[in-house]
Design a protein around this ligand. Structure first.
Ligand code: XMP
Ligand code: MG
Length: 183
């Protein structure tokens, strides 16, 4: 699949699987007495993580999705966010965990946190599979982080470049040839 486009495998399918199980266990322990756990997956990047995470979670959780788009180029975000698809339900009084694929500048997330907080959930936390170095400097509270990765553009397991590679079961870096030739 995608022969030659992937320069290197950064995180294998097995490593993802193990990490998802670990994060799910952590969240389960933290939300034992809470009740009404609601996961908010951010489309489309978090879809693979969200579905695997929900299945690995030993306790019941409701699944909601939101789609946002940040104005800017396809490989960086500006912090100006537009809602493409909002939640279907009210989250007031619920224990909400935002499920994200990746945090880079943290701009998208800080906007999302502010937006969801204004809807009065009982609690609001973030679980991200990947985090890039810049995100560490931004003041956004992220309780659950799968992997801290280098500052490289990654694809696979939900993450895309021009809508491709989301269906890869692992996370890899793209061969620069892909950007430059505009495949
Ligand atoms: P910020 O900078 O707002 O960006 O934290 C988060 C969003 O930017 C996208 N993003 C990536 N998408 N590979 C991707 O496929 C990457 O390496 C990458 N880095 C940032 C992504 O949409 C994420 O939600
Ligand atoms: Mg994207």
């Amino acid at each position: 699949m995608y022969d030659g486009d992937i320069a290197s495998v950064l995180i294998t399918e097995q490593q993802i699987k193990d990490k998802v199980a670990e994060l799910a266990k952590q969240v389960d322990e933290d939300y034992r007495q809470g009740g009404d756990l609601l996961l908010v997956g951010v489309l489309k990047g978090a879809v693979m993580f969200m579905t695997d995470f929900a299945r690995a979670l030993p306790q019941p959780a409701q699944l909601e999705f939101m789609a946002v788009s940040s104005y800017g180029s396809s490989t960086s975000s500006s912090g100006v966010v537009r809602i493409l698809k909002d939640l279907d339900r009210d989250i007031a009084g619920k224990h909400v965990v935002i499920v994200e694929d990746i945090i880079d500048s943290g701009l998208t997330l800080s906007w999302l946190l502010k937006n969801l907080k204004s809807r009065n959930p009982a609690s609001l936390e973030v679980c991200t599979l990947l985090r890039k170095p810049d995100a560490v400097q931004v003041d956004v509270p992220v309780n659950y982080v799968g992997f801290d990765i280098p500052n490289e553009f990654v694809v696979g397991y939900g993450l895309d470049y021009a809508e491709r590679y989301r269906d890869l079961p692992y996370i890899g870096t793209l061969d620069p040839r892909v950007y430059t030739s505009g495949v």
